[in-house]
Design a protein around this ligand. Sequence first.
Ligand SMILES: [Zn+2]
Length: 119
Amino acid sequence: MNSAATHVSEREQELRRLRAELEETRKELDEILQELEDKPEFGLGVGSPRLYEWEMNLARRDMLLERIAMLEEAIRRLEEGQYGICEVCGKPIEPERLELFPETTLCATCARERSRRRH
Ligand SMILES: [Zn+2]
């Protein structure tokens, strides 16, 4: 009888977890952005470790931005009650899969289909 209540609390827990992860990721992004402000002189140091580090941070920033977008999307879907539903076939996504990839919008079958088509 209270299976609905259990469901809500699991969803609530997942939301909290995703929001915490989002906050962590944003903090990390802030740090990277600060480091990026300290831009090395390009003319001087092509191939220098300092420039290499700067470029690594740039790549890392893009990765974090992407991660933030995915987490925001996952949170939005969860709030709308669509979280854990495959956007392609509409079936529930495997819980083990959601644990590994909280931002996924595809079930294992559809994800496999998609990556097969890509290769
Ligand atoms: Zn699917």
